[in-house]
Ligand binder design. Structure first.
Ligand code: PBE
Length: 267
């Protein structure tokens, strides 16, 4: 059948991102849960994944990637999520901020800004898209801040400027988190912090905040995507609540593909 042909055309490969990401973990689980015999999730990086997606679309060929929202890919291409009746990829996700123990007492202004940071999926997407279109990360962050000073004022409300207090924020090299880390850094720097954003693997990011090596992070995808990491570290962290609602992960394909569900990958 035509559907079985998709597996053959793709060499039974789902194009993933880094092995430590939650979406790759969920994709591997989906292979098992849906009985997708012979299928493999190839790990690489977000950049390699979007390169492969773009190349396939240029040639109107099939491709299946591990995707997520917010992401610039939905602004640039006509894409759809494959239905996931078994809910292996979960439902609606939130992106939450986490602080290390003791931050509130030691750096109250930093704690408060992290606590008050929140924006919309469309905000994050616009920063991601600008970076994708070639604007340097720091510049894209500053441009967004200039256009959205009212939102930023809410994040810094009730805090005082500081003079070179160090702020260490951990993040992962996902395009969404490159956007949020650069925006939070630009905001903190404006408030007088000496901010370092440290790029780590997912598990190491969680560990760094839990062990107090980083002050915080704004990249906790919950309840599903990073649920196992949250369970491991939640007693060592201060959960500051969501900074973005309406996030999602799943398997993403171009709209021209004639499959609609993960179940269609079963031959
Ligand atoms: N992501 C982007 C991450 C969380 C943020 C969906 C690629 C993950 O899968 O862990």
């Amino acid at each position: 059948s035509e559907k079985a042909a998709v597996g053959e055309q793709l060499d039974y490969t789902i194009t993933g991102i880094d092995a430590g990401s939650g979406v790759v973990g969920a994709a591997k689980k989906s292979v098992k849960e849906y009985g997708l015999e012979g299928w493999e999730v190839q790990t690489s990086s977000g950049a390699a994944m979007t390169q492969k997606l773009g190349d396939a679309i240029e040639d109107e060929e099939p491709v299946i990637v591990t995707g997520w929202t917010p992401h610039w890919m939905f602004a640039k291409y006509d894409l759809k999520y494959l239905e996931d009746p078994k809910k292996v990829f979960g439902g609606e996700e939130q992106i939450k901020s986490m602080a290390r123990q003791g931050l509130k007492e030691e750096k109250p202004n930093l704690y408060k800004i992290l606590d008050q940071f929140n924006w919309e999926a469309s905000d994050m997407e616009s920063v991601m898209l600008e970076i994708e279109n070639g604007t340097p990360e720091e510049e894209a962050a500053k441009n967004w801040i200039k256009e959205n000073q009212d939102k930023v004022d809410e994040w810094t409300k009730g805090t005082e400027k500081v003079d070179g207090v160090e702020a260490k924020i951990a993040y992962v090299a996902w395009s969404s988190e490159i956007a949020s880390a650069n925006v939070i850094k630009a905001v903190l720097d404006e408030q007088g912090f000496d901010t370092t954003i440290k790029q780590l693997d997912n598990g190491v990011m969680w560990q760094a905040v839990a062990e107090g090596e980083a002050d915080g992070m704004v990249a906790a995808w919950l309840p599903g995507t990073h649920g196992d990491l949250y369970d491991s570290y939640k007693d060592q962290l201060k959960d500051l609540g969501p900074n973005l609602k309406g996030a999602k992960i799943g398997l993403v394909v171009p709209k021209y593909m004639d499959i609609s569900s993960i179940e269609d990958l079963k031959s």
